[in-house]
Design a protein around this ligand. Sequence first.
Ligand SMILES: [Zn+2]
Length: 243
Amino acid sequence: MNLAWAVAGGVAGLVAGAMLRGPVFRLSVARGEAERAACARCATPLHRWLVIRCGHCGGSLGRPATLELITAAVLALLLGRFAAQPDVIAFAFLGVLGVALSAIDVAVNRLPDRLTLPAIPLLVGLLGVAAVIGHSGGALVRALLGGLALGGCFLLLALVRPGQLGGGDIKLAVLVGLALGWLGWPILIAGAALGFLLAGIAGLVLLALRRATLRTQLCFGPYLLAGALIGMLAAGGAGARIG
Ligand SMILES: [Zn+2]
């Protein structure tokens, strides 16, 4: 763990987390509903995406400091682990996006296409740049295959057990597969398996606490992302060396 990079990641995460407030607030709506484009307190229209509070009444968008602190922790871990490696930007991007997606998934149980779809070519591009800088073409090919493989697995699961995994989960699986595939097949398998394990444990805890029943639809995105984060941290610098 590189301490200087971790501190820089923490500071960058505080800023990035504040910038997530507007988009997370806007996109935290049920499927089929229009985006929230007005303050929840005074109904003043929000004209810009990157705002942290209402310009009219000063009301905060979302719970204050939550996104900032979580993003700071995620970026501190990722930047501390990957430091000056060519792939650090790609992983930081997925880390920040993952916080936004998790917050929306927890709030309204969906992963909006507006975030997941453009993120796929963007992540491929960032990994492509890292492959050129680090001369790691093999890792890039593996990342693309990893995205296809994990996305394909989720598509199959969604077809076999409809209602459990949604389209958003499949697109998120492509993103996670890209990042974990870059780091190697064992990391991809371990990270994805860890996601299912964490979701299973969370489901059992909620059942035990009577906060959920067997029919309750639990969001899956945060667990897949948490599994991926642990896999990425465990992998360390493997990506730059292979390929
Ligand atoms: Zn307001």
